[in-house]
Every structure is written in structure tokens, then in C-alpha cells.
Design a protein around this ligand. Structure first.
Ligand code: SAH
Length: 350
């Protein structure tokens, strides 16, 4: 097995460099190249003898761009990336006033089984390594020529179901010798793995945690999100309050509005009630109009503004997510599905 050097800290790479009898400072040069997206052959200030020694024991897991869809409306770019083993993942580059943001994937496929989501239809194939998460940012940054200052882990996969690699990625991407993206500029989105939320609270990482709630009671949530059968709303929202008590970081809640499932005014009232019961600080709800996925048979709600206004009138901070890249279907999971041999099956459910 070759060393996955893009998953390494500078100190770890120094050990590898010493093992091929090169001076320690070589590690810093190599590190600088790889985070710019250079392959071994582009590392110009390193001798070919050293490059050959590196190639024999190391690999650089930078993804390759298979397809890039450019929105004609707002500069959004959607990437289909191929990994070294031929698996594909997606990332979306978005330009906001507060900086360029990349939405990255954390797994190939997903085993959480949410009924509305395209990424989970064939289950999970495998976890991404820290290098493969980092590589999406490095390659998108190189391709666009623009610095990415914000990252959201809202692409394919459940980041907390790939916990150790996600934590290593967060430590790497924020370190000064790596991409140096501030943890306060990184959001991790989770469908609500309670044990992992408790673990995350102890990591000392000031990221923003978003929880995909999508329902106001256990009946509705269990119907659309199988994870709720393992961790009920009571357990989930209690963990959210514990997370806040421990970290002082507010959690935001995502709520995808689906016609005839979770979008009634009574639902908004029930949602406000359950959030107030468990969350002591003013909760923030990010409403997402459902992006229709043909296979799911679910459709988008017509009540988005009514639902939002009801929440606000009940003292909940609610916003509707602006849809960037609507002409290129910028939600994750769909491009990969179109591109992959669809007979390939992964593992489903918890
Ligand atoms: N697994 C993580 C992150 C990936 S999904 C999570 O569950 O949070 C990122 C967000 O997009 C989640 O809130 C997810 O529920 C939502 N989402 C997935 N499919 C969607 C769709 N078809 N329309 C709207 N939102 C969707």
C-alpha cells in the first residue's frame, strides 16, 4: 500500500521524506506543491530521482474533473470528479458575497436512506479519505483560479458516518501550512447521528453544525429519514442542546419542504413548538424547497413562504435557501447517478 500523502500533516510527510533518505525540508516543498494541485511531475524544484523515489512509495489522491457544468445564471459550477479507483463524486462551486464556497462530498454514495435524496438511492460504496475531501477543494480552486474561503459538507454522503476521516480533513484543511480555511468558515451537515454529535462536541473544532431535521414529529421523520428509527427527535434535539452547551456554537436546522409530507401550517406550528422545547437559544431554520428527484416521486411544496412566515411569527429565525445554479441542477447526487453504471450497489441503511 502506498502512502496517501495528501491525507498527511506536514509532520507525517516529513517522516516519509526521511524514510527515502531526503532532507526534512523537502517535505515542505512537496506539501506546497500538492496543496496547489500539482502532480508529482509538476514539482519543478525537486529532482527527478527524488520524484521517482516518491512515486514508488506514495500516491497523490487528487480527483480528476470528468464533467463541469457552468450555470449561465450565477457563476455556479458543478463538478463530477473521478477518484483513483474510478468512483465518482460531486462538488458545487458557488460565488457568494461572503466568499467563494465549495460544497463537497464525504462518501461515495450514502447509506442513510433519506427518501427525498438522490445520493442514497444505491446505498454507500465507500468512505472518502481526508485527501479525497481536500482534493475536491484543491482541484476546484486550481480550475477556477479563485480562492475558496468557505466549505460546506453538504454533498454526497453523511460526514458523521465517516467520522475519523472527516475530523482529520477538518484539522488538515484549517491548518496554516495546508489550505488554511478557517473552521468558522466550514459547515458540516448531518442527518443526526447522536453519538457522533456528542463526540464532535469534544473535538474543539469551531465549525458550524447543521442538522437536517425535515420533520416536526417522529412519525413524519421516520417515514422520510430512516435514521430517526435509531435516534428519535427527542434524542437528536437533546444532543443539539448538549452540543451548544459544550461548544457555545449554535446549530442551524435544515428543513426541506415536501408537498403533503411536512409542509402544512400545523406542521410549522409543531416545528416551532418542538424547537423551543429543546433549544434554548433562538433556533435558526434554513428552509430548502425540495429539489425533485424523479425516482423518489416526491414533489416540492407550494407553501414555502407561508411556512416561513408562520415560523417567524412564532419567534423562530427562518430563511429560505437561495437556489444557485438552478439551470444546472446543482444539488448533489444526480450527476453521479447519471454517470455511473447504475447496477452497482452499495450498502444501505444503518
Ligand atoms: N448527509 C448530510 C449532508 C448531505 S445532504 C445531511 O443529511 O445533512 C445536504 C442537505 O441537502 C441535507 O439537508 C439534505 O437533507 C438535503 N437534501 C438532500 N436531497 C435533497 C433534495 N432532493 N432536495 C432538497 N434538499 C435535499
Amino acid at each position: 500500500m502506498k502512502h496517501d500523502i495528501l491525507s498527511m500533516t506536514l509532520q507525517e510527510l516529513e517522516t516519509v521524506v526521511l524514510s527515502i533518505e531526503e532532507p526534512k525540508f523537502r517535505a515542505k516543498q512537496i506539501y506546497g506543491w500538492m496543496i496547489k494541485g500539482a502532480d508529482f511531475d509538476e514539482m519543478r524544484n525537486i529532482s527527478s530521482k527524488t520524484i521517482d523515489a516518491l512515486k514508488s512509495c506514495c500516491e497523490l489522491r487528487l480527483p480528476k474533473i470528468v464533467t463541469r457544468l457552468d450555470s449561465a445564471l450565477d457563476g455556479t459550477k458543478k463538478y463530477l470528479f473521478e477518484l483513483l479507483d474510478g468512483e465518482c463524486i460531486e462538488s458545487v462551486f458557488m460565488e457568494y458575497e461572503h466568499g467563494n464556497t465549495l460544497c463537497i462530498s464525504s462518501q461515495v454514495g450514502c447509506r442513510m436512506g433519506c427518501k427525498f435524496c438522490a445520493s442514497t438511492i444505491n446505498g454507500k460504496v465507500r468512505d472518502l479519505t481526508p485527501s479525497e475531501m481536500l482534493g475536491q477543494i484543491i482541484v476546484a480552486q486550481r480550475d477556477t483560479g479563485k480562492r475558496i474561503s468557505n466549505v460546506v459538507m453538504m454533498g454526497i454522503g453523511e460526514p458523521l458516518d465517516n467520522y475519523d476521516n472527516t475530523i482529520k480533513f477538518l484539522r488538515l484543511v484549517s491548518s496554516p501550512e495546508n489550505l488554511n480555511i478557517g473552521l468558522r468558515h466550514i459547515s458540516v451537515s448531518s442527518c443526526g447521528l447522536v453519538d457522533k454529535i456528542d463526540a464532535l462536541a469534544l473535538e474543539g473544532l469551531p465549525i458550524t453544525l447543521s442538522i437536517s431535521l425535515h420533520a416536526y414529529d417522529d412519525d413524519v421523520r421516520s417515514e422520510i429519514m430512516p435514521v430517526n428509527k435509531k435516534f428519535s427527535i427527542h434524542e437528536l434535539l437533546s444532543a443539539c442542546q448538549r452540543y451548544f452547551d459544550k461548544t457555545g456554537r449554535r446549530i442551524s436546522f435544515e428543513y426541506t419542504l415536501i408537498a403533503n409530507k411536512n409542509d402544512t401550517i400545523e406542521g410549522a406550528i409543531a416545528l416551532a413548538g418542538v424547537l423551543k422545547k429543546y433549544i434554548k437559544s433562538t433556533p435558526h431554520v434554513n428552509l430548502i424547497p425540495l429539489n425533485e428527484v424523479k425516482e423518489t416521486g416526491l414533489s416540492t411544496s407550494k407553501n414555502v413562504n407561508l411556512f416561513k412566515n408562520k415560523l417567524i411569527s412564532l419567534g423562530i429565525n427562518a430563511t429560505v435557501r437561495r437556489r444557485l445554479g438552478s439551470d444546472i441542477n446543482a444539488s448533489c447526487g444526480q450527476l453521479r447517478r447519471q454517470s455511473q453504471k447504475l447496477d452497482k450497489k452499495g450498502t444501505s441503511n444503518l
